[in-house]
Design a protein around this ligand. Structure first.
Ligand SMILES: [Zn+2]
Ligand SMILES: [Zn+2]
Length: 424
């Protein structure tokens, strides 16, 4: 499906600059001319490819849920682990919040995301376009919280640790999980949001009409200042602030409401919880009566001791470096915004994009623990138990992920223009 053959005017979601998107040839990309954010990717214009890949991912995810992923054997006893076993294991050990988190991120959200995406893309392919906006907005909002690929890496870390103590075998469900994850990642590379948004109709189009800076294009009177919908990037006149977006029904605001205060509160809570998350044990391993409690850092040292260098590096980066980068990075951005500093704006915006992209990978440790708790249950011979530090750690990860979403990078760029609004 080709995007309409005309130049589209967009506001950069990161710096707010309103600019014309050039007409792109297939495979070309467009970046914001002020902050270098990718505005249009190489996948622009396609609906069939992401639809086919999403169908393949769903078809593989179903056996990955029904069939067992891994089996372990130790001293004549054997255990198998399903995608749902870790959730049940955490629940039975009294970690209900963690069970809900793992269940939502690794099981419920991937299904909801894939089914909803398939329905929307299939409807577009068949020419039905009405009322799809709000559904597609929720699909896009769900994306950072769907962590199938992170769960797969978590399974791999757990597999490598288990092999040190017991015999482990990958079963049919495990192979299907790898296939489903690969198909899902390919779906995401082929899915271009703007392609979908541009073909969706506006409700009450006459009342809203798109924002045009020149009157020849807009046709009617003073267009006012443009505000961009934070979900679908539609440009409308600021006269509509406070109303609902005519395309995706999100609330229209010039800047995200309470962005500064909400982010500051979430970052402060994240710093407070970072202490128990690192001081308390996240996992206790019992082997032949020997009890060994691991904190996040001793878990990494354990991997190094067993010469699992690549895994130690992944867990070190995901569990120790990334949460600190997020907390310190957001603090830096908040302080610079508060001071109205016009310096390092591009660097800060790039850094924001980095922490936004890698933020959810910190959940690896939570997923590793869920698999180990499900599989390593051989009484006194070998047993794994989750620790209180894991709940604090998961809370840090989730709070910083929400903080990244509540922060509005455009506030930093407003500061450059002396428009900063501290009550935003
Ligand atoms: Zn920009
Ligand atoms: Zn919208």
């Amino acid at each position: 499906m080709a995007t309409a053959e005309r130049q589209v005017r967009v506001a950069c979601p990161d710096c707010g600059l309103v600019q014309r998107l050039p007409l792109l040839r297939r495979g070309h990309i467009a970046e914001c001319r002020r902050c270098e954010r990718l505005l249009a990717g190489a996948a622009t214009g396609r609906v069939e490819a992401p639809l086919a890949l999403a169908l393949a991912a769903l078809l593989l995810l179903t056996p990955a849920t029904i069939e067992p992923l891994l089996s372990v054997a130790s001293h004549g006893a054997a255990r198998t682990c399903w995608l749902s076993s870790g959730i049940a294991g955490l629940w039975h050990e009294g970690f209900a919040a963690l069970a809900v988190i793992v269940g939502a991120f690794c099981l419920a959200f991937p299904y909801v995301y894939l089914i909803a995406l398939i329905l929307v893309l299939a409807a577009l392919r068949l020419g039905a376009r009405a009322h799809l906006g709000p559904t597609f907005r929720w699909i896009m909002r769900l994306r950072p919280w769907m962590m199938l690929e992170i769960f797969l890496v978590g399974c791999f870390v757990a597999y490598s640790r288990l092999r040190l103590v017991v015999g482990v075998q990958v079963l049919a469900g495990g192979w299907c999980l790898m296939g489903a994850t690969l198909a899902l990642l390919l779906t995401l590379t082929q899915l271009d949001e703007r392609t979908v948004w541009e073909v969706l109709p506006l409700r009450r189009a006459r009342q809203y009409s798109r924002w045009h800076s020149d009157r020849r294009a807009g046709g009617r009177g003073d267009p006012g200042r443009a505000i961009a919908c934070t979900a679908c990037e539609l440009l409308v006149s600021d006269a509509h602030a406070g109303g609902a977006c005519p395309r995706c029904a999100a609330a229209l605001h010039d800047r995200k409401p309470f962005a500064f205060r909400a982010t500051a509160a979430l970052v402060a809570a994240g710093f407070l919880l970072y202490i128990p998350a690192n001081a308390l044990p996240v996992l206790t391993l019992v082997s032949f009566g020997n009890e060994q409690s691991n904190t996040i850092i001793t878990g990494v040292l354990e991997l190094i001791r067993n010469r699992l260098w690549p895994l130690a590096l992944i867990v070190f980066l995901a569990s120790i470096v990334v949460p600190l980068l997020k907390l310190c990075g957001l603090t830096w951005m908040l302080l610079a915004t508060y001071q109205g500093s016009p310096r390092t704006l591009i660097a800060r915006t790039r850094f924001y994009r980095l922490i936004d992209t890698v933020g959810s990978w910190s959940n690896i440790d939570v997923f590793v623990a869920s698999v180990l708790v499900a599989l390593l249950q051989f009484g006194a011979i070998a047993r794994a138990q989750a620790g209180a530090g894991l709940t604090a750690f998961a809370a840090v990860v989730i709070l910083t992920m929400i903080a990244t979403r509540t922060f509005d990078t455009r506030l930093m760029w407003d500061a450059e223009q002396g428009e900063m609004n501290r009550d935003a």
